[in-house]
Design a protein around this ligand. Structure first.
Ligand SMILES: Cc1cc2nc3c(=O)[nH]c(=O)nc-3n(C[C@H](O)[C@H](O)[C@H](O)COP(=O)(O)OP(=O)(O)OC[C@H]3O[C@@H](n4cnc5c(N)ncnc54)[C@H](O)[C@@H]3O)c2cc1C
Length: 500
């Protein structure tokens, strides 16, 4: 049931778990409910989810399949109609031509969250990102690709990426013509702007109850057990939500702020409490870094690849090569440049290439996407003087990043390029709005806020969904992994539904 009006409460005579979400909508008519303004509204479900972005909605749909009832509490309603109370430092960031400040664009407060604005680019993390590499700080995940694979397959279906899941799930394929290079798959999801059929599915569901304009502020706990969530609707009226399990799916900024606001009520130890809001990261990208012509044997292999999606192909360093490089992971998106757009210098180089190699080359433009260099210098801090969720985002492109961009360029020149044309400098780096890492997952070598099941360590029934749990960012855009992790969490909550 999706109610797009202000948060409404169920009338007291319907406070009965058995009729929850079944035919009360048709029996009462939500129009009637919308005229009721009860303070102290009380809501119930098996699982209460804070946030209706891809993490929250995928989780709700996964829980439906697992036979559990969920209540999704969403603070906003329409994209850009309201915003979270966040401030931030100056940051060079992509606005995708939308012309909105970073926080307005990248921290949505709306039904569907970032799904309203995202680009749909999907790639899984690769083994090299998941494996702990002791030579690199804060590297690796406590999960393997095999564990994630079935959830990626379901996420592939939910996000309607198209084609066989293997096309994007296969590990990078190393090139025989240049073994330092591997071809990787990015798929394109058409699920944008909260698609109609997702809305219809939510509306038709008898086990998913979505409330918009419902901002969660309080996590009420007794010992390690969460007993309820408290919040306010758009008119400032309080509500309470009770469930057996609770999941924070409010995006990387809001998950951390809500947890930090309530940390003192939870038995989270000091070391872990201090980590909340730390390790904030965004993917650094260099757009239009350069154009290049590939060596003929590399061009042949790349052009034959079946991993061209939407006119792009992604190449990354082979795992063994990456291990030897003093930088984090990266990839280069190649796009063919139409001959009409070649410069005179490029035309002259193509003529030279034809003489040397006996054939005309393709010209490719590049976009370099990087794993964020690790470190705790970027962070998020709750503003305790404000009783609502307010905070300051302090995010920087790590100093090392330009150096890493330079290494990526050197790698490409050395292993693939026949001719190279610079368009931008390696320090023309922008953040692209993929916020990650503020409630990181504990790994072997590094403490975290949540465990491998995404449970907040110290609590028995509080979980986190979304990229705030990512212990490392990898270079892959995060939403495919966010969706896979949400579906994995739904399965876990289904399998452990009878746990004390
Ligand atoms: C322009 C742009 C392009 C992008 N392109 C891509 C792409 O191509 N590929 C990709 O993988 N990713 C992309 N992303 C990133 C993607 O949008 C995010 O990774 C994704 O939306 C995060 O999902 P989420 O559900 O964790 O959080 P969000 O989408 O941020 O949703 C969280 C929701 O929770 C609500 N909420 C938060 N706190 C509370 C609270 N206390 N009470 C009630 N509600 C709350 C918020 O209002 C919000 O609606 C893009 C992002 C932008 C901005």
């Amino acid at each position: 049931m999706v109610r797009r009006g202000a948060l409404q409460s169920r009338p007291p005579q319907l406070e009965c778990a058995c009729c929850w979400g079944i035919d009360t909508k048709s029996a009462m008519g939500w129009g009637m409910l919308s005229t009721m303004a009860d303070n102290g509204a009380s809501l119930e479900a098996d699982v209460a989810i804070v946030g209706s972005g891809p993490a929250g909605l995928a989780l709700a749909m996964g829980l439906e399949q697992a036979g559990l009832r969920s209540l999704v509490l969403e603070g906003g309603r329409d994209p850009y109609a309201s915003r979270w109370n966040l401030s931030m430092n100056a940051l060079k960031a992509a606005d995708y031509g939308v012309g909105k400040p970073y926080l307005d664009l990248h921290v949505q407060r709306a039904l569907g969250g970032g799904i309203n604005v995202w680009g749909g680019w999907c790639a899984p993390l690769r083994d090299a990102n998941l494996t702990v590499d002791q030579s690199k700080a804060y590297a690796g995940w406590p999960l393997t690709r095999d564990e994630l694979r079935p959830h990626y397959i379901r996420a592939h279906g939910l996000l309607e990426i198209g084609g066989a899941p293997e096309a994007v799930l296969e590990p990078p394929t190393e090139l025989t013509s240049s073994p330092a290079l591997a071809v990787y798959g990015f798929g394109l999801s058409p699920v944008r702007g909260l698609p109609k059929h997702w809305l219809q599915r939510l509306e038709a569901s008898t086990s998913i109850d979505v409330r918009t304009g419902a901002t969660v502020l309080d996590i009420n706990a007794s010992g390690g057990t969460i007993e309820s969530l408290g919040g306010i609707d758009e008119l400032g009226r309080p509500f309470t939500a009770r469930a057996r399990r609770y999941v924070l799916a409010g995006g990387s900024c809001l998950n951390a702020l809500l947890l930090e606001k309530n940390a003192a009520r939870l038995p989270v130890d000091q070391k872990r409490a201090a980590l909340i809001g730390q390790h904030l990261a965004d993917h650094p990208y260099i757009y239009g870094r350069s154009r290049l012509m590939l060596r003929p044997e590399v061009e042949d292999e790349i052009e034959r690849s079946s991993r061209w999606f939407g006119g792009f192909l992604s190449i990354c360093p082979a795992s063994a090569t990456l291990k030897q490089m003093p930088c984090r992971d990266f990839h280069v998106l190649l796009t063919r440049v139409d001959e009409k757009l070649w410069t005179e210098t490029e035309q002259a180089a193509a003529a030279n290439h034809a003489q040397v190699f006996g054939r005309k080359p393709q010209l490719y433009s590049t976009i370099i996407g990087m794993e964020a260099a690790a470190g705790a210098s970027s962070h998020l801090r709750l503003d305790r003087s404000d009783s609502n969720l307010a905070g300051a985002v302090d995010i920087h492109i790590p100093e090392k990043q330009a150096e890493h961009g330079g290494l990526a360029v050197e790698w490409l020149k050395r292993h693939a390029a026949a001719a190279w044309f610079d368009k931008a400098k390696p320090d023309d780096i922008v953040a692209v709005g993929h916020l990650m890492g503020t409630t990181r997952m504990e790994t072997d070598g590094n403490p975290g806020v949540v465990d491998r099941d995404c449970r907040v360590i110290g609590t028995s029934n509080l979980f986190v969904a979304g990229s705030s749990v990512f212990p490392t960012t990898g270079f892959a855009n995060p939403t495919f992994t966010i969706t896979a992790l949400a579906l994995r969490l739904a399965q876990h909550l289904g399998e452990t539904r009878h746990a004390p």
